[in-house]
Design a protein around this ligand. Structure first.
Ligand SMILES: *[C@@H]1O[C@H](CO)[C@@H](O)[C@H](O)[C@H]1NC(C)=O
Ligand SMILES: *[C@@H]1O[C@H](CO)[C@@H](O)[C@H](O)[C@H]1NC(C)=O
Length: 328
């Protein structure tokens, strides 16, 4: 009995591996080589122009792809509008989502040259890569052939996205549910080398920390507290101001400096501190800091490629949306 059940488990695992391999085989960098030869370049042109005008869009586009993939897989569900305002983009974690207009602009260009062919989910995946590499970050492979989903639910965004309050275990479990490892989680957190957050996300730790003598979380670096208090005055009016996640180098440069900040207790979120709260995470963060930036870049790229494969729709599943914000 034990033998029988373990061999059927093996068969099942073998089948799952085979199916996964088949699904992966359907994504390919040359997917549009015949059907939309200039498509990949057209996306790059739109993205590069947008990021040239405002580097902050790099973080926006990176985050859009991440939010898409973590909820229902990389199926462009994050782009769908809902008349009753209960789609993913209506959920609180969306509050700083940016870049929708850039995706729409790329889609409009593609619909003019190769109508009905290029998926919104592939545009999201390319836009994240192009934007990050445009500002000097890594450039990774983006296999294509994802198709678009037709369901988007705010409740799923709320329950499936990791939060900035999570500790190591909760983060690791959240990533594991998407097929990503602890090490992928530490590497993908490096995305916080760019991007912004609201002062209201910072003030609880620098002014209103329960039980602290001066109101600041004693875990935080004092230099950091002073700097953040300057950037975020303790007023209602300042709550909506933006601060850089990685303040040390102007915030819009993609580098491994984020990890040094985490080691020095100069990061905004509890989920940043969490990375070094466990020995395995601490060792990985130290190793990233010690190694050349190129090592971080290639690890980040590999993790992004893996993230871009989460529950993709391929073959005859899903659809190619004509307009990214609504289903056909
Ligand atoms: C994000 O969700 C809020 C409601 O939680 C909504 O008011 C806002 O328009 C949404 N933002 C975007 C970019 O869709
Ligand atoms: C605070 O940051 C400085 C670098 O700016 C670092 O040398 C120091 O070790 C940090 N302190 C703590 C407690 O991490």
């Amino acid at each position: 009995m034990a033998t029988r059940s373990s061999s059927s488990v093996l068969v099942f695992v073998g089948l799952a591996v085979l199916l996964a391999a088949v699904a992966d085989a359907q994504l390919s960098e040359s997917f549009y080589a015949r059907t939309c030869p200039g498509g990949v370049q057209a996306v790059a042109n739109v993205v590069n122009n947008a990021v040239r005008n405002d580097r902050r869009f790099a973080a926006g586009l990176l985050r859009l792809h991440f939010h898409d993939c973590f909820v229902r897989g990389c199926d462009a569900s994050v782009l769908l509008n809902s008349a009753s305002r209960n789609a993913e983009k209506d959920a609180p974690p969306n509050l700083t989502l940016q870049g929708f207009a850039i995706i729409d602009q790329a889609k409009a260009a593609l619909e003019r040259t190769c109508p009905g062919v290029f998926s919104c989910s592939d545009i999201l995946a390319l836009a994240a890569r192009d934007a990050v590499s445009f500002i000097g970050g890594p450039r990774w492979r983006v296999p294509l052939g994802r198709r678009d989903g037709s369901i988007s639910r705010a409740a799923e965004a709320n329950s499936q996205l990791p939060t900035t309050r999570m500790g190591f275990r909760a983060l690791a479990q959240n990533f594991a549910r998407k097929g990503l490892s602890e090490s992928d989680m530490v590497i993908l957190s490096g995305a916080h080398t760019i991007g912004l957050t609201h002062c209201r996300d910072v003030t609880p730790r620098i002014y209103n920390f329960a039980g602290s003598r001066d109101g600041a979380d004693p875990y935080l670096n004092r230099t950091y507290v002073t700097e953040k208090r300057r950037a975020c005055p303790n007023t209602r009016a300042a709550a909506g101001n933006f601060v850089n996640l990685d303040s040390s180098l102007g915030g819009q440069r993609f580098d491994k400096n984020y990890y040094e900040n985490v080691l020095n207790h100069k990061a905004v979120f509890n989920s940043d501190d969490a990375l070094i709260a466990v020995a395995r995470g601490l060792n990985q963060v130290r190793s990233i800091v010690r190694n050349p930036q190129s090592t971080f870049f290639s690890q980040f790229g590999a993790a992004m490629e893996k993230m871009g494969r989460i529950s993709v729709l391929t073959g005859s599943r899903g659809q190619i949306r004509r307009t990214c914000s609504r289903t056909n």
